[in-house]
Design a protein around this ligand. Structure first.
Ligand code: 6PG
Length: 234
């Protein structure tokens, strides 16, 4: 049985409204049932509208912890920083009361900052209430890049480690990423993609056609641990 449910929208505004409502519902549920909620989101360019929308959802954001599924190893002031983007979009308005838990530490490399980041992440009470993944045109998701130096470790479904450094030719700077096993430890999993090219790429990755058989995102699509809700618009 397929583990994927696809929700298609006419444009990115309609998608942002629907996914923001969905995420807000998961967070409210976490707060009602456990007194807190934990959200992990992707960076990149796709989720900006979604974040702007989500930031205005009425809920008790002071009980919400927000982190990233992956981060580029650059300080927040760098335009490539996912944390910087998140602060400018999601952590505004009502959501400015949320606690942001960053994946970057002030160290020259992700390896040098790893102990600090791991200690920080140990304070998060998994499972996540919701994880939102994106996907790159090379079939990566989070920082699971094709040819990534620690890709097998990152995709190992039984890896007890939550966070790993990652280096790959297509990644730009060194990265730090949650592992697949940590990201699948979630009550709800979303894959947010936009555009025809990504829809085709996803279909190929799902079927394991040609080069797409090796796309890292396939590990998310073929796992049976948690259903994947795909949110797509042209
Ligand atoms: O830091 C990152 O790059 C992201 O977390 C990454 O995994 C992203 O989701 C994809 O690269 C898609 O990026 P776009 O939305 O820019 O296409």
């Amino acid at each position: 049985m397929s583990n994927l449910i696809t929700h298609s929208f006419t444009d990115n505004q309609a998608l942002a409204v629907a996914l923001a409502e969905q995420l807000a519902a998961r967070l409210r549920e976490g707060i009602a049932e456990r007194g807190r909620a934990l959200l992990a989101v992707s960076g990149g360019s796709t989720p900006r509208h979604l974040f702007e929308r989500l930031s205005r959802e009425a809920l008790d954001w002071s009980k919400v912890q927000v982190t990233l599924v992956d981060e580029r190893w650059v300080p927040e002031s760098n335009e490539r920083s996912n944390a910087g983007m998140l602060k400018a979009t999601l952590l505004q308005h009502a959501a400015s009361a949320a606690q942001f838990v960053p994946l970057y530490a002030d160290a020259p490399t992700p390896e040098a900052g790893l102990a600090t980041v791991r200690a920080r992440m140990a304070s998060l009470a998994l499972p996540f209430d919701a994880v939102v993944l994106g996907m790159g045109n090379d079939g990566h998701t989070a920082s699971f890049f094709p040819g990534g130096d620690r890709l097998p470790e990152a995709l190992d479904p039984n890896n007890p480690v939550h966070v790993l450094p990652m280096r790959a030719a297509g990644a730009g700077e060194p990265r730090i990423t949650f592992t697949l096993s940590a990201l699948l430890d979630t009550r709800a999993l979303y894959l947010h993609i936009e555009g025809e090219a990504k829809r085709e790429l996803l279909a190929h990755a799902r079927q394991g056609v040609g080069e797409a058989a090796n796309y890292p995102v396939r590990a998310v699509l073929t796992q049976q641990r948690v259903p994947v809700a795909v949110y797509w618009c042209p």
